[in-house]
Design a binder for this molecule. Structure first.
Ligand code: C5P
Length: 340
């Protein structure tokens, strides 16, 4: 049983101060991307997990979309065109395995499964790839075991594993509050074209939040006095379907913290704007930079310009659906599509 779950960008991420439980109170807008991870759950003698990178034709060295042959990269290293999966745990530290174990424990359903993860989402990139794996594992095991929890039940369970898991279950576009786990869907008038620039390294989310706290404490970052106004601007832009309006409304309170830890991201943002993006921001806690384009064609052109500079650039459409079971024919048809 195979399920697919999407990566996300935060169109807006406004953070309050650290709460007593260590988390930050957020006002955020998530958008799910066509960039995705697939998780296949197969009944097995004992619990286990393996991971491999989905090869994306559109990031081949030649940069010719769709011309490279599809296939799999072997696990354990970076490879042109594929995600570096070497940092993904293969024991009970793996969040997809934790999700399957939690679902079995909570419902009493099912038995041991082997989870095979095919990653299209950069690891530790600020795009909730781990949360996507958890969401896909929940949906795949639920379909295998018939737990009857429903998507809301799975999302609620997922919140125990990570703040972004409920969004990976539901997908599309949503306002998130609390830790980011309380969601209200937002309708958008349009589809949106993105270019993603993964960094050659990851950034730890707790470290970025700690840097955010340090910047606030030092008086170098002030929480937005009227966070609702930024939210209304993003919602209005989503309704209008105008990429220029959405590009102008994008914002991420964690960006200064990510830039402080990875100063080279300032150049990446600048290169994205210079290549024709109408909006550029660090995705979540980074280090992936997300660029908004005016159309899928513009996104491909921006990506080609950036690849010509030696950067890795992926294209994706949004909003994408949340975690869902893939029909067998789709599950065997090659890597996750990342483009329109
Ligand atoms: O919930 P999740 O495990 O994804 O969070 C990882 C870390 O990110 C937390 O331990 C915390 O340091 C930080 N975080 C936060 N506030 C949030 C979400 C995450 O401080 N709203």
């Amino acid at each position: 049983m195979t399920a697919r779950a999407p990566a996300k960008v935060n169109l807006l991420l406004q953070s309050g101060p650290r709460r007593a439980d260590g988390y930050h109170e957020l006002l955020t807008v998530f958008q799910a991307l066509s960039l995705a991870d697939d998780v296949t759950a197969t009944p097995a003698p004992r619990w286990g997990v393996s991971v491999r990178a989905a090869v994306r034709p559109d990031v081949s060295a030649e940069g010719h979309h769709g011309e490279a042959s599809s296939g799999e990269a072997s696990s354990g290293g970076s490879r042109p065109g594929g995600v570096d999966v070497s940092a993904v745990p293969l024991d009970e530290g793996n969040i997809a395995l934790q999700a399957a174990l939690l679902l079995a424990r909570e419902t009493g359903a099912g038995g041991p499964v082997h989870l095979s993860i095919r990653k299209g989402v950069p690891v530790a990139g600020g795009m909730a790839g781990g949360s996507a794996d958890a969401a896909a594992a929940l949906v795949a095991c639920d379909a295998l075991w018939g737990t009857g929890l429903g998507l809301d039940g799975l999302a609620e369970l997922g919140a125990e594993l990570g703040s972004d898991v409920p969004f990976a279950v539901h997908g599309r576009t949503a306002v998130g509050t609390g830790r980011g786990e309380r969601l209200v869907p937002v309708l958008t008038a349009s589809t949106w074209a993105w270019v993603l620039l993964p960094a050659g390294h990851g950034l730890s989310t707790p470290r970025v939040y700690a840097e955010f706290d340090a910047l606030v404490e030092a008086g170098r970052l002030a929480p937005d006095a009227a966070p609702g106004e930024r939210l209304r601007a993003v919602e209005a832009a989503l309704r209008s379907g105008d990429p220029h309006a959405l590009g102008a409304a994008l914002g991420n309170d964690l960006e200064p913290a990510a830039l402080s830890l990875a100063p080279e991201l300032a150049g990446t943002l600048e290169a994205g704007r210079a290549a024709g993006a109408v909006g550029a921001l660090v995705s979540g806690s980074g280090p992936t930079v997300a660029l908004l384009a005016t159309s899928p064609r513009s996104a491909r052109e921006i990506a080609a310009r950036l690849r010509a500079q030696g950067r890795t650039a992926l294209t994706a459409m949004a909003p994408a659906p949340g975690a869902h079971v893939l029909e067998p024919v789709l599950a065997s048809a090659g890597p996750a599509r990342t483009d329109d």
